[in-house]
Design a protein around this ligand. Sequence first.
Ligand code: ADE
Length: 225
Amino acid sequence: MRIDIISAVPQLLESPLNHSIIKRAKEKGVVEINIVNLHDYGKGKFRHIDDYGFGGDSGMVIMPEPLYNAITDLTERRKYDYVIYTSPDGEILDQPMANSLSCAENIIILCGHYKGIDHRIREHLITKEISIGNYVLSGGELAAAVITDAIVRLIPGAMSDETSALSDSFQDDLLAPPIYTRPADFRGWKVPEVLLSGNPKLIKEWQEAQALERTKRLRPDLLKK
Ligand code: ADE
């Protein structure tokens, strides 16, 4: 998979996309992530990308031309499954959406900034708008990093144990059961006896019961689905 992220503040994406699972997935060739600096498409000597909004509202708006040029520079080279815009107006990211995005070949993620982007780009070039929650961030970069992380870890080969992404919380609308490691007794806080029993059937039954109990107690909304 190839993910192109267009951003006015590419520095914000450096750390989240260069460590841990994403770093290893890039090294293994499972995913290629290309960051496009929107200022490279800016106007004039100072490569500016924004202007005052029409209609008297305060705040700067990203101009259509740099956005158009940045997006078409990519879309003229290859076919994209999605041209995503990160915005609080968008469809809320959840596990089924991450699952379906992880099947794509090529994705563009455009990060919003300032007050937003000229609406004509949203109408004509954006094919999907995604929000990562009902709150407003200063820019779309952190949202783009969240979306990328949620997708990349699902691509076969990204994780050393392929089944572990399938056993994540939410994959079956259930929270994951509690997990423990050594020591079995830490300051008198004991690991549940069943996990030390060596009986895979009993352990599986316990994990399923725990997943159901935790979901009922902590996220009953998931069960209603
Ligand atoms: N940009 C600003 N707020 C956002 C949000 N909640 N989700 C996605 N992009 C955003």
